[in-house]
Design a protein around this ligand. Structure first.
Ligand code: THU
Length: 152
């Protein structure tokens, strides 16, 4: 888990970022389309340019066609900022306790657009928040350079 001193300037900045993204994720989770699971998820990410994009889970009667909140936010960000979009932090709001981490598929898509040190804030409606780096959640990620480093 990532922790930081409460009395430092960097600590204050990170605290503000956390609050902003968690509140965005909470707000957007109200728009979740989850008639099958009843599990509402909201995600809010900040790009390296400082823009915030949000997403909710959108379920489908053909269950496998469901899109998670995190991937919704990422698609939104790429569609608006273009292919060079990169993520510095993301918050995910669920009703699980302890707060739930993104699923494996969402972590893999995050890795495509975020560095190892990107922050992932896991939050729930009770007010619990835990903070991880992306690398902590997916330590042995399959990345672009994995493809580039193959043998001929
Ligand atoms: N879900 C997300 O939105 N994000 C995740 O990372 C895990 C799961 C959604 C998908 C589905 O609508 C509901 O949560 C239950 O799996």
């Amino acid at each position: 888990m990532v922790t930081w001193g409460s009395n430092s300037k960097a600590g204050d900045l990170l605290e503000n970022l956390r609050k902003k993204l968690v509140s965005g994720a909470r707000d957007v989770s109200k728009n979740a389309y989850a008639p099958y699971s009843g599990y509402h998820v909201g995600a809010a990410l900040m790009t390296t340019e400082g823009n915030i994009f949000t997403g909710t889970n959108v379920e489908n009667s053909s269950y496998g066609a469901t899109i998670c909140a995190e991937r919704g936010a990422i698609m939104n960000a790429v569609a608006t900022q273009g292919p060079t979009m990169r993520i510095s932090a993301i918050a995910v709001m669920t009703s699980s306790s302890p707060p739930a981490a993104p699923c494996g598929e969402c972590l893999q898509v995050l890795v495509e657009f975020a560095p190892d040190e990107a922050l992932v804030f896991l939050a729930n409606q009770k007010g619990e928040v835990t903070t991880y780096s992306l690398k902590e959640l997916l330590p042995k990620a399959f990345r672009q350079d994995t493809l580039q480093n193959r043998h001929p």
